[in-house]
Design a protein around this ligand. Structure first.
Ligand code: KE4
Length: 420
């Protein structure tokens, strides 16, 4: 870590990996297989982070490895259109019918940044509504009370983001339907788009309350605003059709990432064809990227989506998620500590809190110190749990009941050890 910190800020290439919000020093990982990670000292961890969501099949799934190897023998980057990019866009449309057309990019940040520009360009409006605790990547316009890294590092917004850049970004509490109604009543006709995580994962997991997403759809439609669902984390994670299939909400645009790259860098945004055609080169709204649609990354994504072609994987992930939730609840009950568990499918977060966690305020009001102590105990006991209260844990199809039970047992010991 000292050697790393000499050349990389915090020794990492993304803040959450530094463990700064939970204390301690992160293990350096050397190898991964299935549901497990191995550090440089050959310690084994059950992986509950899965690179923050992408590895829904687990590490090194044979079909993904084979797809990358096969593509590599054909070429690593072509600088022109390739068939795999078309196949991936067709596959996404097949799974997510609202995505009639797609533009591939290299990260979730690029996807949301570009979707915002598209929405502003199409509507001619500037105002964007987002929700406190939702994280949509680190593009300037969206770094206003973000969750994830920023919430963990307690930086409201960020230095370096000019006030003017976020002057058109409106932020409301997640799940606050009254506040949304009031804002649209006052300023709805000036709002270009609402961008929302359909299941929030960046304040820890916070599901939408009944009526929240349908209200956003109704108000955006009524006021000529666009609804952008940020499914970078939930897309192909919660269901084959993403959260929009579970909650039956049809957005105008969807942002994707993580699972769609099978572990390699891929992001995407897409939606109604009439909107997407406004993008260069068919329309005036500019967006571009040197390695967007990289055949290697697309091959990995196609292979991953190929393993998710029906609901069976999601039934399996739901069973594993329920087992994990039940096990953790049992520990909380037997130890007698106030704990909330928010889970949707294979996304789960525990909070040490008396009150239900329904937005960023209630998430941040949980016992962050106890979370940090329990996290350290989990790491010591061979469970790589997300190193932040404001992250979601993930399960993969490589996890089995034994791996889940290992996590529950480690949690029980870590909680006991952390309590006074
Ligand atoms: P990336 O630019 O990190 O690929 O994606 C940004 C993004 C956009 N939208 C949602 C809903 C996201 O969850 C993310 C990224 N998620 C974080 C984890 N909470 C990435 C982990 C990190 O920042 O290192």
């Amino acid at each position: 870590m000292e050697r790393a910190e000499a050349v990389l800020p915090g020794g990492v290439n993304s803040p959450v990996r530094s463990f700064r919000s939970v204390g301690g020093s992160p293990p350096f990982f050397a190898r991964a297989q299935g549901a497990f990670l191995f550090d440089l000292d050959h310690n084994r961890y059950v992986d509950m982070v899965l690179a923050y969501g992408p590895l829904i099949l687990g590490h090194l799934h044979p079909s993904v490895v084979e797809a990358i190897r096969t593509q590599l023998e054909q070429g690593e980057a072509m600088g022109g259109p390739t068939l795999p990019e078309v196949e991936l866009a067709e596959r996404v449309h097949e799974y997510m019918p609202s995505v009639e057309m797609l533009r591939l990019v290299n990260s979730g940040t690029e996807a949301t940044m570009s979707a915002i520009r598209l929405a502003r360009g199409i509507t001619g409006r500037s105002l964007i509504l987002k929700f406190a605790g939702c994280y949509h990547g680190h593009a300037d316009a969206l770094l206003a009370e973000s969750g994830s890294g920023l919430a963990t590092l307690a930086i409201p917004g960020s230095p370096g983001v000019p006030a003017g850049t976020v002057a058109d970004t409106l932020v409301l509490p997640y799940n606050d339907q009254g506040a949304v109604r009031d804002l649209f009543a006052q300023r709805g006709d000036g709002i270009a788009a609402v961008i929302v995580e359909p299941v929030a994962g960046n304040m820890g997991v916070v599901p939408p309350r009944p009526g929240f997403l349908p209200l956003l759809r109704e108000l955006t439609e009524r006021h000529g605003s666009l609804l952008i669902l940020d499914e970078v984390m939930t897309g192909f994670r919660l269901a084959r059709g993403g959260a929009q299939a579970i909650y039956q909400v049809v957005p105008d645009l969807t942002c994707l990432g993580k699972v769609i790259g099978g572990g390699l860098p891929v992001g995407a945004f897409g939606g109604r064809a009439d909107l997407m055609r406004q993008l260069a080169p068919t329309g005036p709204i500019y967006q571009a990227g040197t390695l967007s649609g990289s055949p290697l990354a697309v091959a990995a994504g196609l292979a991953a989506l190929g393993q998710l072609s029906d609901e069976r994987p999601y039934t399996r992930l739901e069973a594993l998620g329920a087992r994990l939730e039940q096990g953790l609840r049992q520990v909380g009950k037997s130890v007698g500590i106030p704990m909330q568990i928010n889970r949707v499918g294979s996304m789960l977060t525990f909070f040490f809190s008396q009150e239900e966690v329904v937005d960023y305020g209630s998430a941040a009001g949980s016992d962050l110190g106890l979370f940090a102590s329990v996290h350290r105990g989990l790491i010591e006991r061979g469970v790589f749990w997300p190193p932040s209260q404001f992250e979601s844990s993930f399960l993969s199809l490589a996890h089995d009941e034994a791996a889940v039970d290992l996590v529950v047992a480690a949690f029980a010991e870590a909680v006991q050890a952390a309590l006074p």
